[in-house]
Design a protein around this ligand. Sequence first.
Ligand code: CDP
Ligand code: CDP
Length: 204
Amino acid sequence: MTFTVAIDGPAAAGKGTISKAVAMHFGFAHLDTGLLYRAVGAKVLAGADRLIAAQQLDPKDLEGDQLRTPQVAQAASEVAVDPQVRAALTDFQRSFATRPGGAVLDGRDIGTVICPQADVKLFVTASPECRAMRRFKELSDKGMSLTYDSVLADVRKRDERDRSRDTAPLIPAPDAVLIDTTDMAIDDAVARAVAVISRVSETH
Ligand code: CDP
Ligand code: CDP
């Protein structure tokens, strides 16, 4: 059985948290596709060619808190503009999406480009201020020293770049279910996602 859940949305909307919980609930595999772009971005910051980095990406490149820094996030969104980089990462994501037993992928273009045939598409969003506050707390808890204002600026800059690029821009798929988590506790957002997926999976 294959069953694909696509979860897209802007930076720090809660995609990863919801994806992990949904994967746990249904026993699906989970791929955070942002990590692919972050890993390429980190290699570029270290001096690598971005296309070679994307073509030679290794699963062990996707590990570690060093990929979570705002600098790497910016570098990720810069390499993500390049259609050749995106193309180099497509096959891996598509084969992950169709693995037996079900898969949830989160990112920016899963429901629109990577898996337009996904069984369920969610678009998770929240106000920029709310997303920046959550990301600020998350990174501060990890011991990074930064300010709320710098995190808000990072989030806004990446959102703008992600939305305005020509290839695979950040935009909800026409058939995506919107979940605005601005005034929603994470447990409620997860419950909403689980309810939507359950409804679809029961008809399969
Ligand atoms: O994957 P994405 O960048 O969209 O976001 P995330 O890493 O899942 O969430 C960013 C932070 O916001 C995490 O620390 C979550 O625990 C928190 N969060 C929250 O407090 N309430 C929500 N409704 C969603 C996320
Ligand atoms: O966790 P957060 O939402 O802050 O970012 P992420 O999901 O780790 O993605 C980092 C960057 O990678 C994004 O700002 C996008 O530019 C890019 N990305 C993308 O273009 N397509 C994807 N499917 C996933 C990430």
